[in-house]
Design a protein around this ligand. Structure first.
Ligand code: UDP
Ligand code: MG
Length: 348
C-alpha cells in the first residue's frame, strides 16, 4: 500500500525536493551533488535539489552556479547575507515544490545514501521520517557531551516530543512542509517545529560521517543560540525556575533566623557573624537574580524579534528556478503566505 499517490497534484512538480544549506562548502559540493544525484536518480521519479548559499566566503556560489547550469534540476538561492543554518533551510523549504522534502547538510556528514531509507518509510505512509544518529565519528568529546546533554534536557523540559540524537536530516511530506513554512517565527528550531505539527512520525538509524572537507561552522556561540531557541520556542520551564529559587531562598531565610538565635542562646557563639557572611549571601542571591533577568531577557528578546516583523531572510539572487522572476517562494499557494519574504526578496 502506498499512502502517497504517484501524481497527487496537477502541474510539473517534482516528486522529491532536497534542500541543502551551504556555508563555505566549495570543496565538498561536487561530491555532495554527485552522490545525491545518484541516489535520487535511482528512485526513478523527478526531483529537484535546492542549494541555499548562506553568503559563503569561499567559492561555494561559483560551484553551485556551475552545478545549476549543468543540471536543470539544481536550483540555487543566494542570500544577501549570512542568516544561519535554520533560516537557510527555511528558505529552501519555501521554494521547494516536491511532494516529499529532504533536509540534508551539504558537508557530507549526512550521507546522501540514507535518503533511500527515508523515502522507503515515507512510501510506507509516514509523514515525517527523521534520521537518528547511531554513531558520530570525528566530533570532539566536548561536542558529543554537550549534544547528548542538550537533546536530553530539551526532551525533558519541552512539551513536544522532539526525538533524541536527531538533527535536521529528515524527510517531510508536503503537508508537513506546508504546515512548518506557515510558521514564520524568527528564532527557528526546525526539529521542534516538525515534531510540533504532529502527523505520523518515525526514525531510521544511520551512521553520521565525519566532516570530509573544511571545518564546522557551528561554534559554541551558535550552538548556544540554537539551544536557547529550542528551549524558549517550546518550553516555559526556565521561567518557572524562578519560583523554585524564590521558594528555597525564602524557606532558608525563615529557618535561618530562629536557628541562628537558638544556637547563640545555646552555645553562646555568634553564628553567621560579620561582613564576610553577609557579602557572600548577597552575592549569591544577586547572582540568582541576574540569572533570572537573563532568562527573562531571552524570552523578551524573542518577543521583540517577532514584533518587529522583519522578513526571515533576504534573497539576493536565484538561479535555475523557472519563470522570469527567477523564482519566488510559493509555487504552491499554501507553502508561503502572501506576506512572506517573497515581497522583500523580489528583484529591485
Ligand atoms: N551552514 C549554513 N549557515 C551557517 C552555518 C552552517 O548554512 O551559518 C550549513 C553548512 O554548510 C552545513 C550545515 O549548515 O551544510 C551544518 O553546518 P556545520 O556542518 O558547520 O555544523 P555541524 O555539522 O558541525 O553541527
Ligand atoms: Mg556538519
Amino acid at each position: 500500500m502506498s499512502a502517497h499517490p504517484v501524481t497527487p497534484s496537477a502541474g510539473p512538480y517534482p516528486r522529491y525536493s532536497v534542500v541543502g544549506p551551504v556555508y563555505n562548502e566549495a570543496t565538498g559540493l561536487p561530491e555532495f551533488y554527485e552522490r545525491t544525484r545518484a541516489v535520487l536518480d535511482s528512485l526513478g521519479e523527478p526531483w529537484e535539489l535546492i542549494l541555499v548559499n548562506d553568503c559563503s566566503r569561499d567559492k561555494s556560489l561559483e560551484v553551485m552556479r556551475r552545478l545549476a547550469e549543468a543540471d536543470p534540476r539544481v536550483k540555487v538561492i543566494d542570500f544577501a547575507r549570512n542568516f544561519g543554518h535554520q533560516i537557510a533551510v527555511t528558505a529552501g523549504m519555501d521554494f521547494a515544490r516536491g511532494d516529499a522534502l529532504v533536509i540534508i547538510d551539504t558537508d557530507l556528514q549526512d550521507p546522501p545514501e540514507t535518503i533511500r531509507a527515508l523515502v522507503e518509510k515515507w512510501r510506507e505512509g509516514y509523514e515525517v521520517v527523521y534520521a537518528v544518529r547511531k554513531t558520530r565519528p570525528g566530533e570532539t568529546w566536548f561536542k558529543l557531551m554537550t549534544a547528548k546533554l542538550f537533546y536530553r534536557v530539551i526532551y525533558r523540559i519541552t512539551d513536544v516530543d522532539i526525538p533524541l540524537d536527531t538533527g535536521d536530516f529528515r524527510l517531510m511530506d508536503r503537508r508537513v512542509v506546508d504546515a512548518v513554512t506557515r510558521m514564520r517565527e524568527h528564532n527557528r528550531f526546525i526539529r521542534g517545529l516538525t515534531s510540533w505539527v504532529g502527523f505520523r512520525q518515525t526514525g531510521v538509524l544511520y551512521d553520521r560521517d565525519a566532516r570530509k572537507y573544511g571545518s564546522t561552522n557551528y561554534p559554541l556561540r551558535k550552538m548556544m543560540k540554537l539551544a536557547w531557541d529550542a528551549v524558549t520556542g517550546f518550553s516555559f520551564f526556565p521561567l518557572r525556575l524562578a519560583i523554585y529559587a524564590a521558594g528555597i531562598l525564602f524557606v532558608l531565610s525563615v529557618l535561618a533566623i530562629p536557628i541562628v538565635a537558638l544556637l547563640r542562646l545555646a552555645t553562646g557563639v555568634q553564628y553567621l557573624e560579620g561582613q564576610a557572611t553577609a557579602v557572600t549571601i548577597i552575592l549569591l542571591v544577586a547572582s540568582f537574580q541576574f540569572l533570572f533577568f537573563f532568562v527573562m531577557g531571552q524570552y523578551l528578546a524573542r518577543i521583540y524579534d517577532e514584533v518587529r516583523g522583519r522578513p526571515l531572510y533576504i534573497v539576493a539572487d536565484t538561479f535555475g528556478f523557472p519563470g522570469a522572476s527567477g523564482g519566488q517562494p510559493g509555487h504552491r499557494a499554501v507553502s508561503a503566505p502572501p506576506d512572506s519574504e517573497a515581497v522583500a526578496s523580489s528583484p529591485h
